[in-house]
Write a protein that binds this ligand. Structure first.
Ligand SMILES: [Zn+2]
Length: 415
């Protein structure tokens, strides 16, 4: 390992996103803070006046950043996106406004399948370019780590193409990107009424090949009456286990299919959406340590009225994350800050819960809790500076972006 001279960040206010536990020394906010970074990692954190002289002296002035106002947080994490897709679905947006239901659009071969068609047609470069624009929007609001799912290919080559684009985006932008294979997103046209055969194809060909090419970090599915049933999903999860890949699940979005309980049995990293999750499901998540990912953008777009069971999630102390669910159908949104506000306004999360939901808990939803999502010694030095008087303002405002500076592994992010 190469050693470099330390960098020191001085900040008037730091929100650490550290999890409150019975352990001592958990500080969620630090005033007049100093953070020492070496080799991209936080090696010292505390009040500036406690910073050892020797550390101060080792640091060259050009390796010093001083923020006398505003707040420093860890880089935000968007733990559920479908950022890569062909075309868009503004036409269906129009249809829905004219009263056509999402389920009906899906049955007509619209919805996911129209995006599948467009995604199959586009080249890797075309998909890369459009996804990069969306990624830049996320990044401009302090997102330094995200997840990207496949699931609009639904055939071997197109799923591999999407996953390759996700890997290329990580190299190109320098952000941390976790890829998820969501081949079990919908039944493609050529397998119409043969969902079980399609699941065979996913398990026998798509997942093994994606894994073989090292393109996939997790496996996901859509468990719903317009998606796949729990029996089909469990076959996908069995294959994921065989390949040594963790799982996640789109569950209980439009109805209660008991997908969350199934996912919990496989120690899923996360279950996502959850409007129709019941108490049995919540208690299963508690046992498995699975993160509940809420997606207020989809709730809003579909004009859903059933809210996720926030009180029960609190009661069972299930970690809650929030994500954009950026996708062309139910959440055409590339703003995690907007999701912060929506989670507070629509789901009544507290400001503290919402901030943890895009940092610590979002990291856990990606299996990155050891390195990401908190300002703490031993963690990655991913920081965002915000021009706000109180950190609460990140949830309070919507449609504004107070992000002034982003650091990835202690280095300023290139524009
Ligand atoms: Zn999704």
């Amino acid at each position: 390992m190469t050693t470099s001279t330390p960098t020191i960040f001085y900040a008037a206010n730091v929100f650490t996103s550290q999890t409150r536990t019975s352990q001592k020394n958990v500080q969620q906010t630090i005033k007049n803070a100093a953070i020492v970074v070496e080799n991209g990692m936080i090696t010292w954190l505390g009040i500036e006046s406690d910073l050892p002289e020797q550390m101060k002296n080792e640091c060259k002035t050009e390796n010093e950043y001083r923020f006398t106002t505003g707040w420093l947080t860890t880089g935000l994490i968007d733990c559920h996106t479908h950022l890569i897709y062909g075309g868009n679905r503004s036409g269906e947006f129009k249809q829905r406004l004219e009263g056509v239901a999402y389920k009906e659009i899906a049955r007509q071969g619209g919805g996911i399948l129209s995006t599948v068609k467009a995604t199959r047609q586009e080249t890797e470069d075309e998909l890369f370019d459009s996804a990069l624009k969306r990624l830049h929007q996320l990044r401009s609001e302090g997102v330094t780590c995200l997840e990207i799912k496949s699931g609009y290919g639904l055939e071997l080559d197109a799923e591999i193409k999407m996953l390759k684009v996700a890997r290329k985006l990580a190299v190109y932008t320098g952000l941390d990107i976790k890829t998820t294979c969501l081949a079990a997103h919908a039944v493609p046209e050529e397998y119409k009424d043969r969902a079980d055969d399609y699941i065979d194809y996913v398990c026998d060909q798509i997942l093994p090949e994606a894994s073989q090419q090292n393109l996939v970090d997790a496996v996901d599915g859509f468990c719903e009456n317009i998606g796949f049933n729990t029996k089909q999903i469990s076959r996908v999860f069995d294959k994921a286990m065989e390949l040594g890949l963790p799982v996640k699940l789109h569950a209980e979005q439009l109805s209660n299919q008991h997908g969350a309980s199934l996912a919990a049995k496989y120690s899923a990293l996360s279950v996502d959406h959850l409007e129709y999750l019941d108490e049995d499901g919540v208690s299963a998540l508690k046992v498995s340590g699975t993160v509940a990912v809420l997606l207020p953008g989809a709730f809003y777009t579909l004009r859903e009225t059933q809210k996720p069971p926030i009180e029960q999630l609190r009661k069972y102390q299930v970690p809650i994350a929030i994500a954009t669910d950026s996708n062309p159908g139910s959440s055409p949104c590339n703003s995690l800050l907007l999701m912060l506000n929506m989670a507070c306004t629509l789901f009544q999360l507290t400001v503290d819960e919402a901030l943890m939901a895009v940092t610590t808990n979002a990291a856990k939803a990606l299996g990155l809790e050891a390195t990401h999502g908190q300002i703490q010694v031993g963690m990655n030095a991913d920081f965002v500076h915000w021009d706000v008087k109180e950190v609460d303002e990140l949830c309070y405002y919507f449609g504004t972006n107070p992000c002034t500076k982003i650091f990835k592994n202690g280095e300023p992010l290139k524009e």
